[in-house]
Ligand binder design. Structure first.
Ligand SMILES: Nc1ncnc2c1ncn2[C@@H]1O[C@H](COP(=O)(O)OP(=O)(O)OP(=O)(O)O)[C@@H](O)[C@H]1O
Length: 295
């Protein structure tokens, strides 16, 4: 099974072009769609989830035409949107049961079994009678996955699921996602690089509505080997370095600043080579865009 996106474009009524000729092939397993705020991730996710139309292009889930056969897509889709609202005065068990009815699971005995098993799977069984208004952010997100799993979806979309979760909740959420299975397509849209590093076998980086890079994380990281260099400097030296080098990131460390620079060879003897990681890949793509915009 594969989701194939071809020449997809979308401009909103206010003139913002959120998607520019997007081409992507997404195989089964967990796929990371990584990009900064405003990159177009949610626009793409909402289009795949049949919640908004594109101006041009096509999306196919194998033989299923996603942009035309919306009912067909909805039957096989599980969606956890960026803003997942819950009814605060309803328990998890009640709301999941209600959503199961809406999904077309009419047989009450079967529904009870499904609801129970999803509450177990998402580790919410002990909190099933509790009103959702009293759930923590992590519990709400796990509930979001429980509802997305209703009806055995073949395609699951989770939009920015770990933003705002503390490390323990994020870890729990990761474990849950990684257990869902290899045989369906799960698209994880995020601006958090380590979500993709930890979970995804394939990925794409999107910025300003365009796909900048696709591949598997290990390979794209390996392609950057020998090109990333670092230097520990005082904060007031950073601007000078930026003027002279292709700085892809700078972050504070013990009161100093670690600067990562992209260069085919060691810029000078004061730089040391970095073992690149996915953050370097990401920042290299994003920084290129920034310099392209500034130029
Ligand atoms: N309904 C809309 N009408 C007009 N512009 C929109 C609309 N939705 C999104 N945009 C704009 O389209 C661009 C892409 O937004 P989108 O929400 O798809 O990005 P994103 O990568 O999901 O970012 P974020 O994580 O901030 O939601 C942004 O410039 C945004 O302001």
């Amino acid at each position: 099974m594969a989701l194939t996106i071809t020449n997809l474009s979308k401009t909103y009524a206010n003139g913002v072009q959120a998607l520019k000729d997007v081409n992507l092939t997404i195989p089964t397993g967990m796929f990371g769609l990584l990009g900064p705020n405003g990159a177009g991730k949610s626009s793409l996710m909402r289009t795949i989830a049949t919640l908004q139309d594109a101006d041009s292009g096509s999306i196919m889930l194998d033989e299923l035409d996603v942009l035309k056969d919306k009912d067909g897509v909805r039957r096989v889709l599980g969606y956890l949107p960026q803003e997942f609202g819950v009814y605060p005065r309803v328990s998890a068990e009640e709301l999941l049961d209600h959503l199961a009815v809406l999904k077309g699971i009419g047989n009450s005995k079967q529904r009870k079994e499904i609801v129970e098993s999803l509450l177990q799977q998402t580790n919410l069984w002990n909190a099933r009678k509790k009103n959702l208004g009293g759930y923590s952010g992590g519990m709400k997100q796990r509930f979001g996955i429980a509802q997305a799993l209703l009806g055995n979806p073949k395609l699951i979309i989770v939009d920015e699921p770990t933003a705002g979760l503390d490390p323990a909740e994020r870890n729990r959420f990761h474990n849950l996602l990684s257990e869902i299975g290899e045989h369906i397509i799960i698209i994880l849209s995020t601006h958090i690089v380590s979500d993709v590093t930890d979970l995804c076998r394939n990925m794409a980086i999107i910025s300003q509505g365009q796909v900048r890079l696709t591949g598997d994380p290990l390979t794209v990281v390996e392609q950057l080997r020998g090109q990333v260099w670092r230097k520990l400097v005082d904060k007031d030296e950073v601007a000078g370095l930026q003027a002279e080098h292709h700085v892809i990131s700078s972050r504070l460390f013990a009161g100093k600043t670690i600067v990562h620079v992209l260069s085919d060879s060691r810029p000078d003897g004061t730089f040391e080579e970095v073992n690149p990681d996915l953050e370097d890949v990401y920042f290299a793509q994003i920084a290129e865009r920034k310099s392209a915009v500034l130029a």
